[in-house]
Write a protein of this length. Structure first.
Ligand SMILES: Nc1nc2c(ncn2[C@@H]2O[C@H](COP(=O)(O)OP(=O)(O)O)[C@@H](O)[C@H]2O)c(=O)[nH]1
Ligand SMILES: [Mg+2]
Length: 375
């Protein structure tokens, strides 16, 4: 695979059963697009393919693969991302077919792992992700070894590939043991990171919610990123932390600063092997004084998603952290029953905004100030 220094240009494909309804299909590809952007990729084409059974060899099938290669040539694509879980052999076959066109192939787990890798800040998070990657990549490497052994050795002979596979298997097992040992050590020094943040003496708020709910948009809308000039105090913070200036009550009063941080966000159907790695990326969420839970107001499954986010937050031990529910994308949900939601989530200071047209953003700032003052 060639190294890419600019933002990779990605072709996305989702293979779905023919019976899936249109909204669900649209939602899935939108989520994938959002994930790709979170990774830092540029989406050039989105493909949805209906198939009752994925192709056993290439998952997408040879016809689709031809089409993808055609698009890749025209659009200078670097990457094919398949929104499904592929077998090691299928990914290997895709890689083989795409390599001559200077393209790599990832499945959904690859993409998620890359996002985690990019966002991990603590030693513990990095190790958790490394562990998940070893578990995920392991079978793929064995799969490749199998291919090689079939090519190199005939029946009854011990192929080169087989020997390599054995070596690789041992190497990975060693690595896994090593990472687990380091993880134990990292867990013991967990407090270090937190201490650094606290030294700044500023309140912190963390933005949580599902992918595509508008977390990054909210951060940008609230802080008008770009207008913010870094100074020495904030230079030590990672790039996803922004300074939010809350105006004072009166024109004379000084107002206050809150450190606002974006998170990766919850991912639909997160593979179980990735849950520990995902949680470890939420370290800063655990430490936050306040949580902004962003919800897509137009989402048909809004209550379920809220419950799922709450469930993880509880498992992270943030039950006591005050929350503000930010119902975003109000421009897409004119019929939303605000009164019912306000009553139902009364403890969560529900606010209704649109990052697109800017409505409600002042309410969010006011709510942040109020909740921090009360805390
Ligand atoms: N219509 C509408 N779209 C929005 C709004 N806020 C965000 N979006 C869009 O929703 C998508 C996901 O936003 P993003 O901030 O990346 O979501 P994140 O994954 O939660 O960080 C983007 O295409 C945004 O342009 C909004 O208030 N209204
Ligand atoms: Mg985001």
């Amino acid at each position: 695979m060639h190294t890419v220094s600019r933002a990779p240009r990605a072709i996305l494909i989702d293979v779905i059963p023919p019976s899936m309804d249109r909204d669900d299909a649209a939602w899935r590809i939108t989520e994938l697009e959002s994930l790709t952007r979170t990774f830092g990729g540029i989406v050039i084409v989105k493909l949805i393919q209906k198939r009752s059974l994925p192709d056993y060899r290439t998952y997408v099938g040879s016809g689709k693969l031809e089409e993808i290669i055609g698009i890749a040539k025209e659009e200078r694509a670097d990457l094919l991302i398949v929104n499904n879980l592929l077998k090691p052999k299928q990914l290997f076959a895709l890689e083989e077919a795409l390599r001559p066109h200077h393209m790599a192939a990832w499945d959904r787990v690859d993409l998620i792992l890359k996002i985690f890798q990019k966002h991990a800040t603590t030693a513990e998070a990095k190790l958790q992700i490394k562990l998940a990657a070893i578990k995920h990549m392991g079978p793929r490497i064995f799969g490749m070894g199998m291919e090689l052994s079939q090519q190199a050795g005939g029946i009854g002979t011990r192929g080169i590939g087989e020997t390599n596979t054995e070596l690789m298997r041992r190497h990975l097992a060693d690595q896994e043991r090593q990472v687990k040992k380091e993880l134990e050590k990292a867990a013991r020094s967990r407090g270090v990171h937190r201490a650094r943040r606290e030294r700044l003496g500023l309140p912190t708020a963390s933005i949580v919610g599902y992918t595509n709910a508008g977390k990054s948009s909210l951060l940008n809308a609230l802080t008008k990123k770009g207008a913010f000039v870094a100074n020495a105090l904030f230079a030590t913070l990672d790039t996803r932390v922004s300074k939010l200036w809350l105006k004072g009550e009166t024109p004379e009063s000084e107002g206050s600063i809150v450190l606002l941080s974006d998170t990766i966000g919850f991912i639909q159907d997160l593979p179980p092997d990735l849950i520990s790695a995902f949680r470890s990326t939420l370290d800063e969420t655990i430490e936050a004084d306040l949580l902004l839970h962003v919800i897509d107001a137009g989402d048909a499954h809004l209550h379920e998603k809220i419950a799922e986010v709450e469930d993880i937050l509880q498992q992270l031990g943030t039950t006591g952290t005050p929350r503000i529910y930010v119902f975003n994308k109000m421009d897409t949900a004119p019929d939303l029953d605000r009164a019912a939601l306000t009553e139902h989530y009364a403890d969560m200071t529900p606010t209704f905004v649109s990052c697109l047209d800017g409505r409600g953003l002042d309410d969010v700032k006011r709510a942040i100030a109020d909740r921090l003052r009360a805390a």
